[in-house]
Write a protein that binds this ligand. Structure first.
Ligand code: CP
Length: 325
């Protein structure tokens, strides 16, 4: 993606991030320009801890998480923010308190921003009706995971040196249950990357088959000439409805193996949002091979989330250049 001619930071106007559909190309460039600045200075241990000093955020994770929760927490610490963490099991929701009362309580405790993950699709939109502080959707049911999509595209942008021309990305797996797929498809389309989807018919919504992307059921055909393969986690906790014959048969048809990679472009990279089902979604050794960008995705998550926290919490947004002065 090319940087815009306009000064990117001046166009940012969002007070929350619930879904990729809120963003335009200028917003994406803005987020990436700050993420690039934060990442480029990380190795020289540049101190950003005065940027948002004195503010606080609450991480409300009603569903389990390793990467998203920790990267928000570490991003916040690097920016000088205080963080509070609350889980569903550890909150009064477990005693029957409503979601509305819970988020109003968090707001009354003067947190400056809420990062919210829920198992319910649409939960972030619902919560946004009650609170006036900034809100980031950290994944809601099958609906959306906008920060994951942004870090995925940021990883590809760095790897492909910001040139997406002619690139084909194949998304494989449990698209039906994947909030990552919904968000990432929307984002890749915005930057004109060609998208192929590959899944058994039972693991892709019918409405998505025809118009969102090229759709395949045969992985060997789908992998032909692609530049990146994004494997999705088979959501084994949701496979009790006979959607696949068995996990081992799913792996035989849809697992990412060396044989599948041999069909792709020689430069092919592998992505996975995590957590991985080893030897189901992808062969374990490929996930740590030199083709894999999976840990780069995790790194990108830190810098993209630093960028978002800065943009959503700073009252007077400085340009990346001004921050470095
Ligand atoms: N990709 C992702 O959301 O991972 P976590 O569930 O570990 O946060």
């Amino acid at each position: 993606m090319q940087k815009n001619d306009t000064t990117p930071y001046t166009s940012w106007s969002h007070t929350n991030l619930l879904d990729i559909s809120q963003l335009n190309l200028s917003d994406i460039n803005t987020i990436f320009s700050y993420a690039t600045m934060f990442s480029s200075l990380h190795d020289v241990k540049k101190d950003f801890s005065t940027l948002l000093k004195g503010k606080s955020i609450t991480l409300f994770f009603a569903e389990n998480s390793t990467r998203t929760r920790l990267s928000f927490e570490i991003a916040a610490q690097k920016l000088g923010l205080y963080t509070q963490i609350i889980t569903k099991a550890g909150s009064s929701i477990a005693k029957g308190e409503s979601l509305q009362d819970t988020v109003l309580t968090l707001q009354a405790l003067k947190t400056d921003l809420l990062v919210f993950r829920s198992e319910y699709s649409g939960a972030s939109q619902y919560v946004s009706q009650f609170i006036s502080i900034p809100l980031i959707n950290a994944g809601d049911g099958k609906h959306a995971h906008p920060t994951q999509a942004l870090l995925d595209l940021f990883t590809l942008a760095i790897h492909w040196k910001h040139s997406f021309s002619g690139k084909i990305v194949l998304i494989v797996g449990d698209i039906l249950h994947s909030r990552v797929a919904r968000s990432v498809i929307m984002l890749l389309k915005m930057v004109n990357i060609t998208i192929r989807l590959c899944a058994p018919k039972t693991l892709i919504p019918r409405w998505m088959r025809s118009f969102q992307a090229e759709y395949y059921t045969n992985l060997k055909e789908a992998a032909e000439g692609v530049h990146a393969i994004m494997a999705l986690r088979l959501q084994t906790e949701r496979q009790d409805k006979g959607l696949i014959p068995s996990i081992s048969e799913y792996y035989k048809c849809y697992g990412i193996t060396e044989h599948i990679l041999s069909r792709a472009d020689p430069s092919v990279s592998i992505l996975h949002p995590g957590p991985i089902n080893q030897n189901v979604d992808i062969d374990a050794f490929l996930a740590v091979s030199d083709k894999s960008l999976i840990l780069k995705q995790v790194e990108s998550g830190l810098f993209v989330r630093m960028a978002l926290l800065y943009l959503l919490l700073e009252d007077t947004i400085l340009s990346p250049e001004e921050i470095l002065l």
